[in-house]
Structure formats: structure tokens, C-alpha cells
Write a protein that binds this ligand. Sequence first.
Ligand code: S3P
Length: 165
Amino acid sequence: MIISLIGYMGSGKTTTGKDLAKAIGYEFVDLDEFIEQKYQTKIPEIFAAEGELGFRKKEREALHEILTNTNIVLSLGGGTPVYYNNMEEITKNSVSFFIRVQLPQLVKRLENKKETRPLIAHLTNDELTEFVAKHLFERNQYYEKAKYTINVSNQSTLQVLDQIM
Ligand code: S3P
């Protein structure tokens, strides 16, 4: 079985995924890390050299490859469910969880973590709220196709893990 974690940047998919994998004895795979290893390039460099479209093509191929595995916890990128028919493939081949974090908390978490994320790296902290709000409005319809939704407000990672279990 593949367990996939879906959600916006900064929602804690990677941290939660690592803990979940450990708890159930599955291997952990982070899609962004997989892409960086596969292509020997950092995500911001892919965006700079090939634009977002180039990144999305690589992301699509990597996703397709990973979904042939079994017994893994897969943490997806914030935009993965939105492109091509990725969400259909994700729901067909994995048990999917949408980690839903409220807007103010997401923005707070992202304020100091913008540099490695090309879509928000150029924004000031003031611009961030408006950008994330609009982005979530567009993306939630894809995220909501996940099999389960985990609502996170102020829970610790451990409590989030508990809810998934
Ligand atoms: C993106 C999210 C990032 C990464 C890329 C694009 C997005 O992953 O894939 O910067 O479109 O939301 P995280 O959600 O792990 O930050």
C-alpha cells in the first residue's frame, strides 16, 4: 500500500510523513527530494532553468515512477495534485490524506521558509497572505479529492500522526 500526504507548502507533509513511515515500518519518500536526486538538481534551479512547466513535467514523471512502489509513505509537493491528471493517479494508487492547515498558521510557518520555494521566494511577508489565500482557493478543490482530510489547527506533529493512524 502507498499512503500519500497532500497539502499546501508548509503544512508539514514531510515531517508528518517521516514520523508516519517510522511508526508503521514503511519507507518514506518525499517527491521533491526524489526529483532532486533523480535529476541531480535543486528545485529552485529547475524552476530557474526550465520554468514552472519544466518542473511540472519532471514532477509528473517522478510521481508516475514512485506510484509503482509499495509500502511507502509518500509526501507530495504542494502543487502536485493540481497538474495533469495527477490527482486521479494519486487517488487511484494510494490512500490519500489531505493535511489541512488554516491560512494564518500556514503563512506564519512559511514566512521563514520561502527561499527554497520558488513560487513564494520573491514575496514580502505582507504579500504572502494574499498570495497563499488565492492559491488555496484554487487548489483546495484538488486537495479535497483526497480520501481523508486531517484538520490541523494547533496540534503537535504527534497529534496529527495520531489522527492519521
Ligand atoms: C510547490 C511546492 C513545493 C515544491 C515546489 C512547488 C507548489 O513542495 O514542489 O516548490 O507548487 O506548491 P512543498 O509543498 O513540499 O513545499
